[in-house]
Design a protein around this ligand. Structure first.
Ligand SMILES: [Zn+2]
Length: 210
């Protein structure tokens, strides 16, 4: 599996580029910004982007999606519970003091149980509301890898004080969905360093057993 993680934009969102070494098919997760850098990685590996997956509709994760769609022709996937947040991109841009990316069009909604593929690599979608209503994680069972968006960080969890956020829901998502994964699972959070489910289960102060 080709997996490049590129921190993009002023908030350094972890954009994942995942490709199949044989078929060269790829998916890009959370192309928040710096689309030229993302396209260089895609060209370097000679990949063809088939899916653009957005873990949630915060501007630092979705801001570059339309540019990437124009460059690759790949559809943009987002859970429909975040469509309302997506309509607030101008307000979100004002919060963090960046230019608005304009309107983002979603091609398909994705939710729990649906599969997203890049060649032979398959991710199961897990709907994990709490950071936002439509937050999702992507779980690659064969590779034991979780792309967690802003639901789980190394030593912390996503903030719940923005519109659509809920502490009760994120704790429910973490305990019932995310911690159900095996300890060996490598977690790629939406920001910051990688971790594992086992490390977070043992040491994350938000995840000590209720
Ligand atoms: Zn976020």
């Amino acid at each position: 599996m080709i997996h490049e993680i590129l921190p993009v934009g002023p908030l350094q969102c972890n954009c994942s580029i995942i490709g199949d070494q044989t078929t060269r098919e790829a998916m890009v997760i959370d192309p928040g910004d710096d689309i030229n850098d993302i396209l260089s990685v895609i060209r370097k590996h000679n990949l063809q982007v088939k899916q653009i997956v957005i873990t949630h509709a915060h501007i630092d994760h979705v801001g570059g999606a339309m540019k990437l769609r124009s460059a690759t022709g790949a559809p943009i996937l987002l859970n429909q519970n975040d469509y309302a947040l997506l309509k607030m991109l101008d307000a979100q841009a004002a919060w963090i003091g960046v230019a608005s990316p304009g309107k983002v069009e979603i091609d398909h909604s994705v939710t729990t149980g649906e599969l997203v593929t890049a060649g032979s690599h398959t991710a199961t979608i897990l709907h994990t509301p709490g950071h936002t209503e439509g937050s999702i994680c992507l779980y690659f069972p064969a590779e034991q890898k979780l792309i967690a968006g802003d639901t789980l960080f190394a030593g912390s969890i996503g903030r719940t004080d923005l519109p659509g956020g809920s502490m009760q829901k994120i704790l429910h998502s973490l305990h019932d969905t995310v911690l159900a994964l095996p300890d060996e699972t490598v977690v790629v959070p939406g920001h910051g360093p990688l971790t594992t489910i086992g490390d977070e289960r043992a040491t994350n102060p938000f995840l000590v057993k209720r």
